[in-house]
Design a protein around this ligand. Structure first.
Ligand SMILES: [Zn+2]
Length: 227
């Protein structure tokens, strides 16, 4: 083998990968123009492998330079696409971890009626109800972003609206109502009943009632509240 050919053969794989300088590429191309054997070698090297079958379909094997260029371009495009996909996956993972790790914000607002203990009892019940929305994958849990006390006026309005609801059950009306707003996301991969979308944040209002100093119970909850 001629010395030039030997050098050329060593460089061909790099040339195909597009990893040589313009000068070297020119040198290789000049040599390929004059050397049938090296051109044959290039075609062998750039013959369709399993990985490159898409490139093989796209290229015309009539012209070695064109083959090499098309494969280089194809590989470059594939690398870019793969990198973008990798980046997106990474971003989703980071966002997911961030979302998952954020603690629930609880705001008690101000109240003349309820103590922090009254509110905490109600909050515990709301949390329990939200966490009890079962996911399709059993160990996934709802995510609660925030729980906020509304205000005393809203509680009073809700009491007026709902106090009679206890009469059928207990013979007496609710004596107190407490109202919270929550931001939450259902368990990942959907809830078992296919009612909620895991990828949406839900803003729900919660109205709880109790009789005298009994335990809070949930009277009503859901979106579309006006307070
Ligand atoms: Zn040669």
């Amino acid at each position: 083998m001629k010395k030039e050919c030997s050098i050329n053969r060593d460089l061909l794989p790099l040339y195909l990968e597009g990893q040589v300088s313009t000068e070297t590429a020119n040198y290789i191309r000049d040599h390929l123009d004059t050397c049938d054997e090296c051109r044959a070698e290039l075609e062998t090297l750039s013959a369709p492998s399993k990985i490159d079958y898409i490139a093989a379909e796209e290229v015309d094997f009539g012209d070695s330079d064109a083959v090499a260029l098309k494969i280089i371009k194809h590989n470059r495009r594939r690398k870019i696409v793969l990198n973008i996909i990798k980046l997106l996956i990474l971003l989703l993972i980071i966002l997911g971890i961030y979302d998952f790790a954020k603690p629930t914000t609880i705001s008690y607002g101000t109240s003349e009626i309820y103590s922090k203990q009254d509110m905490d009892d109600a909050i515990d019940l709301i949390k329990e109800r939200i966490y009890n929305i079962e996911g399709i994958v059993s160990d996934t849990k709802s995510k609660i972003y925030s729980i906020s006390y509304t205000n005393d006026d809203v509680c009073q309005q809700e009491l007026n609206e709902h106090k009679g609801q206890a009469i059928a059950k207990y013979g007496v009306p609710y004596s107190e109502c407490i109202v919270f707003k929550t931001e939450m996301r259902p368990p990942l991969f959907g809830d078992k009943h296919h009612v909620l979308n895991s990828y949406l944040k839900y803003s729900w209002g919660w109205t709880l009632g109790r009789i005298d100093d009994g335990d809070w119970e949930v009277i009503t909850f859901g979106g579309g509240y006006t307070f």
